[in-house]
Design a protein around this ligand. Structure first.
Ligand code: NAG
Ligand code: NAG
Ligand code: NAG
Ligand code: NAG
Ligand code: NAG
Ligand code: NAG
Ligand code: NAG
Ligand code: NAG
Ligand code: NAG
Ligand code: NAG
Ligand code: NAG
Ligand code: NAG
Length: 420
């Protein structure tokens, strides 16, 4: 009897799979994951669903899932993921630190590496990184620049990696232990209607909760989204080109950031064709920020000495409220003034345009609302429609080595004693 059943099922592969895994319901080209419940790990069933529905198919995640298995879903082709439920990663530091997927930039690791061509992730659901346990862990940032390490990994909840032609929309992200999103070695990725809230319940603040980090990627658009966090709202890391950020509300962040670039001697970093439009920046350290390290004579330096360029960047219609530096451009980032003077940066910065940067600073920098410091001359930097005020009176703008100072619609003053 049993043998007969198996024989029949074997000619119906979909059913055979369903019979072999009752927690993946296969219906035509749709794979729905049924949660195990009781706190059990749904990760293996989610991986099963992605391997069955890996091409021209839809994976449905419409319930509450507990995930204690790293999700590496690669080689997908024409796959939709309807996430209307919640994917919650376990607070299992002992599992995740060695097992989250290690990526090759700033020791970042990830819970989920989502990879392939023509992918669509949507559905109104939530990705919960369960960050609280990581923020409350003693010495959470020990050991690394990025704050993550192989022994204490703080994974990125969603990495779109080695991917092309991806749309991620209508998703809420909460509790990210590290960056919320990482766009890694990917082309043509659009995020739309994403709502990020990284807020700690305890006195231990969240850390490194960037909304997005982009690395070795091009044609990336982030739009119509809200970000409540405590680090960069969006950060363009090395080799980010043709990037658009528009119609975005940021609260509590470090700003829309390019960099840091030029950190590693001899390494070439490129950021080009970045268009930022219609951003509301609130309670933040920076508004529009560009930071590049100065030069360094040590051929093995990890604190400057890189080369490359930042060019064709427009920050337009950026409205700030309670922001320390609404405009910040630093070509001597984390480099002493004397070092930067002796070894100017080999990261050139040019063709940067500030259009309609308006609002009020925090006053944390006194009356200073803009800081533009280049080590060698930065070419073709312009500003129009600037209307910034500071709570402590007339706004002050500090500039150094800006070749086109006459094309800024504000009066510059040299920084008194070269800071940073
Ligand atoms: C990566 O982690 C190792 C070991 O914790 C640390 O030595 C190194 O500085 C980290 N690198 C970065 C870029 O954070
Ligand atoms: C945290 O770091 C401090 C200072 O380095 C050290 O004294 C303490 O033992 C560390 N705690 C843990 C749990 O690693
Ligand atoms: C991403 O692509 C690179 C280059 O092809 C490859 O070395 C790496 O293993 C890929 N990563 C993953 C997780 O598939
Ligand atoms: C970018 O990806 C989207 C979604 O897959 C696709 O519709 C669009 O045609 C792609 N654009 C280009 C230029 O390939
Ligand atoms: C995303 O949400 C918007 C607004 O609620 C809705 O119009 C759109 O159809 C949704 N898109 C998808 C793919 O579900
Ligand atoms: C973000 O989450 C915190 C903690 O759950 C909550 O108090 C706050 O209202 C949330 N903010 C938004 C904008 O959803
Ligand atoms: C960036 O792109 C340039 C030019 O292709 C390349 O030489 C460099 O190695 C890349 N840098 C990184 C960090 O990938
Ligand atoms: C400058 O960047 C914009 C997008 O921000 C792009 O449309 C334009 O083509 C770029 N210009 C050049 C010369 O590449
Ligand atoms: C740079 O690193 C290489 C390889 O580790 C080493 O051989 C060389 O001596 C170092 N150079 C300096 C100036 O420290
Ligand atoms: C970097 O800049 C220094 C001047 O600070 C210059 O002497 C050096 O040749 C440059 N290195 C490269 C690789 O361009
Ligand atoms: C800049 O602001 C002015 C005045 O509000 C407006 O007329 C203009 O269209 C804005 N420029 C852009 C490029 O949006
Ligand atoms: C500058 O902004 C203030 C409000 O912050 C406004 O009252 C004023 O009219 C603006 N000036 C110009 C020239 O747009």
């Amino acid at each position: 009897m049993k043998a007969t059943c198996l024989a029949i099922l074997s000619v119906l592969p979909g059913l055979a799979f369903a019979a072999s895994n009752p927690n993946v319901q296969v219906d035509g080209s749709t794979c729905r994951v049924v949660p195990l419940g009781g706190g059990q790990d749904d990760g293996p069933n989610i991986l099963d669903a992605f391997s069955t529905c890996s091409s021209g198919a839809t994976v449905v995640l419409d319930s509450y899932y507990v995930v204690n298995t790293v999700l590496i879903t690669t080689g997908l082709q024409d796959v939709s993921v309807e996430l209307s439920g919640t994917v919650q990663y376990t607070p299992n530091i002992a599992y995740w630190s060695p097992n989250s997927l290690y990526l090759t930039f700033q020791n970042a690791t990830t819970y989920w590496f989502f990879s392939g061509d023509n992918l669509h992730l949507y559905g109104g659901g939530t990705i919960d990184g369960n960050g609280q346990v990581w923020w409350d862990y003693p010495n959470k940032t020990v050991g690394t620049a990025g704050g993550s390490s192989t022994t204490f990994a703080r994974p990125v909840p969603l990495t779109v990696g080695n991917a092309t032609n991806v749309v991620v929309e209508n998703i809420t992200q909460i509790g990210s232990p590290f960056w919320n999103n990482f766009v890694y070695q990917s082309q043509n990725v659009t995020y739309r209607n994403i709502h990020i809230n990284t807020t700690s319940y305890s006195s231990n603040a969240a850390a490194n909760s960037d909304g997005w980090d982009i690395y070795r990627s091009s044609y990336v658009t982030i739009e119509d989204s809200t970000i409540n966090n405590d680090d960069d709202c969006v950060a363009l890391k090395p080799n980010s080109t043709d990037i658009i950020v528009q119609n975005v509300y940021c609260n509590g962040s470090h700003g829309i950031s390019v960099g840091s670039l030029g950190q590693y001697a001899g390494v070439t970093d490129i950021v080009a064709n970045f268009f930022v439009n219609n951003v509301s920046m609130n309670n933040a350290e920076n508004g529009a920020r560009i930071k590049a390290f100065g030069g360094n004579p040590d051929p093995n330096s990890t604190a400057g000495g890189g080369l490359g360029y930042v060019k064709n960047v427009t920050f337009q219609n950026l409205q700030v409220y309670n922001v320390d530096y609404p405009i910040y451009l630093d070509q001597c980032y984390d480099t002493s003034a004397s070092m930067c003077a002796e070894y100017p940066s080999n990261m050139t910065i040019s063709d940067i345009h500030y259009i309609n940067i308006t609002g009020i600073s925090s006053g944390n920098e006194g009356s200073v609302v803009a800081f533009l410091e280049c080590s060698t001359e930065c070419e073709d930097i312009t500003a129009t429609g600037t209307n910034l005020t500071s709570p402590s009176g007339n706004a002050t703008y500090l500039c150094q080595n800006i070749a086109t100072e006459s094309q800024l619609d504000f009066g510059c003053r040299a920084p008194s004693s070269s800071s940073s």
